[in-house]
Design a protein around this ligand. Structure first.
Ligand code: ZN
Ligand code: ZN
Length: 373
C-alpha cells in the first residue's frame, strides 16, 4: 500500500494555467470504500472547465473522473474478494437512502452531491493530503493519479478482459451520450435526431441513436474534420455549424425539425440552435456542461404554443450498476464501438499537452495511460 503517489494537482485555475505533477499522500480506504490502482483515465471537458475556472471547487484538487483500474485494498465492510477486480469508476455512487436513490435516480443522489461540492468522500473527509493539509477529491473519483480511494459502489466491476482504455470511457462521456438517448429521451425507431457537438459525448449520442434505429441522424459540429467520425458512428447527415444557416439545414433534412435534438457542446449558442432545430412537440435535450452562470434565451410563447419540451440530462440519467454491464455487452457483441472513440492514448506525464490538444476541439476522446496492467 503506497503512502505517496504521483498526481496531477490543480492549485489555481485560470487561462493558461497547468496542472502540477507531484507527490501526494494517500490514506487507506475507510469503511465501505475501496483503494483503486488506476490503469487508464479519459480527459473530459469538465476537467478543463475546472482548470480554466469556469466552475469553482475547493483547492488543491486532483482532477479526472473517467477511470479504470484494479481494486488493491478494501475498507471495513467491503468483501475482501473484491481485491483484484477490474473496475470502472463512476461519479454517481449511490447512498441508497436519499429520496432520489430510492426512486432510482442515483445521478441526483443528495449525499453524493454534498460530498462532491465539498471535494470529499461521503464522510466529509479526504484520503489525499500534502504537507499535512487536505488535497480534495473531484466528484468522488479523482483519476489523474496513480491511486485513488472511492466509495465501494463508485467502483463498478467489469469483466477482466475489458480493455481499460475503453472501459474508462463508461465513467463519463460514453454513459452521458448513450444514456441521454436511451434513458433520458428514449428515442424510438424512425424518429429523427440532430446532435450539436461531436466530441466523445456527441459521438456517443450518435451511436445510441443508431442503436435506437433513429432516422435521419444529423450531426452538427464547428469542425468539418468531425464529419468522418460522425458518419462512422451512424450519422446519416453532417452539417457544418459555422456554415450559412445550420438550423435551417437541420430543419430541411428532418422535414421541419428533428423529433429530438441533443446539445452536447455546453455552449449557449448551440443550446439555442438545438431548440430552434427541434420540431413542434419535439424534445430538446441539454447534455453539455456550460459555465456555472450561463443562461440561454428560449421563446416562452413558442414553447407553450408548440408544446416543446426542453429537458436536462445529467450523466445520461445513469444507474451505473444497471447501465455499465448493458453497455459492455453491446460492445462485446460488436453493436457499440468504443475503440474508435479513442483518438489518442498518451502517458499521464503528458497531461498538460493532452489538455491543450483537447482544447483544440479536434479530439474524439483523449485517454491517458497510468499503468500497463
Ligand atoms: Zn466528464
Ligand atoms: Zn442518495
Amino acid at each position: 500500500m503506497p503512502k505517496k503517489m504521483i498526481a496531477a494537482v490543480l492549485d489555481s485555475p485560470g487561462e493558461g494555467n497547468v496542472l502540477s505533477l507531484r507527490e501526494v499522500g494517500i490514506a487507506d480506504p475507510s469503511p465501505m470504500e475501496v483503494l483503486v490502482r488506476l490503469l487508464m483515465t479519459g480527459v473530459c471537458r469538465s476537467d478543463i472547465h475546472l482548470l480554466r475556472g469556469l466552475w469553482s471547487h475547493p483547492l488543491p484538487v486532483i482532477l479526472g473522473h473517467e477511470g479504470c483500474g484494479i481494486i488493491e485494498k478494501v475498507g471495513m465492510g467491503v468483501a475482501e474478494s473484491r481485491v483484484g477486480e477490474k473496475v470502472v469508476l463512476t461519479f454517481a455512487p449511490n447512498c441508497g437512502t436519499c429520496r432520489f436513490c430510492v426512486a432510482g435516480r442515483n445521478v441526483l443522489c443528495e449525499a453524493a452531491a454534498r460530498a462532491a461540492a465539498q471535494g470529499t468522500l461521503f464522510d466529509g473527509t479526504t484520503r489525499f493530503s500534502a504537507d499535512g493539509k487536505p488535497v480534495y477529491h473531484l466528484a468522488l473519483t479523482s483519476t489523474f493519479c496513480e491511486y485513488t480511494v472511492v466509495p465501494h459502489n463508485g467502483a463498478i466491476t467489469v469483466p477482466a478482459q475489458t480493455p481499460p482504455e475503453q472501459a474508462c470511457l463508461l465513467g463519463c462521456g460514453v454513459m452521458t451520450g448513450l444514456g441521454a438517448v436511451l434513458n433520458t429521451a428514449q428515442v424510438r425507431p424512425g424518429e429523427s435526431v440532430a446532435v450539436f457537438g461531436c466530441g466523445g459525448v456527441g459521438l456517443s449520442v450518435i451511436q445510441a441513436s443508431r442503436l435506437s434505429n433513429a432516422l435521419p441522424i444529423v450531426a452538427v459540429d464547428a469542425q468539418v474534420s468531425k464529419e468522418a467520425a460522425a458518419r462512422q458512428f451512424g450519422a446519416t447527415h453532417f452539417v457544418h455549424a459555422a456554415g450559412s444557416d445550420p438550423v435551417q439545414a437541420v430543419r430541411e433534412i428532418t422535414d421541419g425539425g428533428a423529433d429530438y435534438t441533443f446539445e452536447a457542446a455546453g455552449l449557449i449558442d448551440t443550446a439555442e440552435m438545438a431548440y430552434r432545430a427541434t420540431r413542434r412537440a419535439g424534445t430538446t435535450v441539454l447534455i453539455g456542461q456550460p459555465a456555472e452562470n450561463a443562461k440561454a434565451g428560449f421563446p416562452l410563447y413558442g414553447i407553450a404554443q408548440d408544446e416543446q419540451r426542453i429537458v436536462g440530462s445529467s450523466y445520461g440519467s445513469a444507474r451505473p450498476l444497471v447501465d455499465f454491464p448493458k453497455i459492455l455487452r453491446l460492445v462485446e457483441h460488436g453493436r457499440l464501438d468504443l475503440s474508435h472513440l479513442i483518438s489518442h492514448i498518451w502517458p499521464l506525464a503528458r497531461i498538460n499537452e493532452a489538455i491543450a490538444t483537447v482544447e483544440t476541439g479536434t479530439v474524439n476522446r483523449m485517454v491517458l495511460r497510468i499503468a500497463d496492467r
